[in-house]
Design a protein around this ligand. Structure first.
Ligand code: NAD
Length: 304
């Protein structure tokens, strides 16, 4: 099937969490018809409260009915594959040949390649299009979107992606977006840990954390972590950026898996994956990723 998928075409949207909710809302506001599914009834009802025209459905398969495009925004690639291909009432059963699936979750590229093969067998194309920018940029539709797949499929998806993101980059074939997203989060997670460790050491020295962040932001230590997360989520100790530590740990393991798969030994990456996995375990299930500051503080206590 060719031609851009434009409003009022129907989009099936699966996964209405911190990111999925604002992204699906942008699609509704752009004029797409939405069929939605989430295992959390609360997430579905909240979304219908925001966008009453959205049709709530009982399974991924039901959501897929009549959809030209299916978007997933789920925790990881295994859950995506289950919802789209292998699970009970998986979306693929009712997706028309010629439909397009876009996995916008931060998935492992190995899972993505398998997903694309499974769907291609039914004449359904796949793009991976993970995002960066967090909840704030999901709300205002200015996400950075990293796409893996064919250029013609990206052209079909462009009106929907443009409703959600500002920068859309074709990174390579299927899986390339997911690989780049994991590597991006290696940088993001590492700069966040570096900032937190610097704050812990600086405070022990007697420096004021707010002053430290202000100086980083006007100096060469500046990063997205210092600028966007420093004062707002870490120094304030609100720790409510809206991105779970468990998801960041998963992204670090994905990046390390990619390196291992390619037999490229990168010691800082391996250490970052180990550090975040242990932090995730120590911080507990519902921790925000900015609570990595608390983890750094416990390490400092233990070393004291
Ligand atoms: P979230 O945990 O807030 O949302 C995930 C949603 O998926 C939940 O509503 C959950 O009920 C639903 N879900 C889980 N299993 C399901 C299933 N089998 N079928 C249907 N629904 C299911 O997570 P999030 O923060 O929205 O992140 C989603 C994806 O986006 C992740 O891959 C994450 O790594 C990535 N991401 C998150 C952020 C962020 O700032 N939060 C930024 C960029 C990328």
């Amino acid at each position: 099937m060719t031609g851009a998928i434009r409003p009022p075409a129907t989009i099936a949207f699966i996964g209405l969490g911190m990111m999925g909710r604002p992204m699906a809302r942008r699609l509704a506001e752009a004029g797409f018809a939405l069929r939605i599914f989430d295992v959390s009834q609360k997430a579905v009802s909240e979304f219908v409260g925001l966008c009453p025209a959205a049709v709530a459905t009982a399974s991924p398969r039901a959501a897929a009915q009549g959809a030209a495009l299916l978007v997933t925004m789920l925790p990881d690639g295994k859950i995506v594959r289950d919802a789209v291909v292998t699970g009970r009432d998986a979306a693929r059963e009712d997706l028309a040949a010629g439909a397009l699936v876009i996995d916008m979750s931060s998935s492992n590229p190995v899972d993505t390649a398998q997903l694309a093969r499974d769907l291609a067998a039914r004449g359904i194309a796949t793009l991976d299009a993970p995002v960066s920018g967090g909840v704030k940029r999901a709300i205002d539709g200015s996400l950075s979107i990293m796409v893996g797949g064919g250029a013609a499929d990206l052209d079909r998806a462009r009106p929907a992606l443009e409703a959600m993101g500002k920068t859309i980059t074709l990174c390579g074939s299927v899986g390339a977006g997911h690989a780049l997203k994991a590597l991006n989060n290696f940088l993001s997670a590492s700069s966040l840990v570096a900032m937190c460790e610097a704050l812990v050491v600086g405070e022990a020295f007697g420096l004021d954390p707010g002053t430290m962040v202000d100086v980083f932001n006007s100096s060469t230590g500046r990063s997205n972590s210092t600028e966007v997360k420093g004062r707002q989520f870490v120094v304030s100790r609100s720790f409510n950026a809206g991105f779970a530590a468990s998801l960041m740990a998963k992204d670090l393991r994905t990046a390390a898996d990619v390196a291992t798969h390619l037999k490229v030994n990168m010691p800082m990456l391996a250490e970052a994956a180990r550090y975040w996995t242990e932090a995730d375990r120590a911080l507990g299930k519902s921790a925000d990723h900015t609570e990595i500051m608390r983890y750094a503080e416990t390490l400092a206590e233990k070393s004291g």
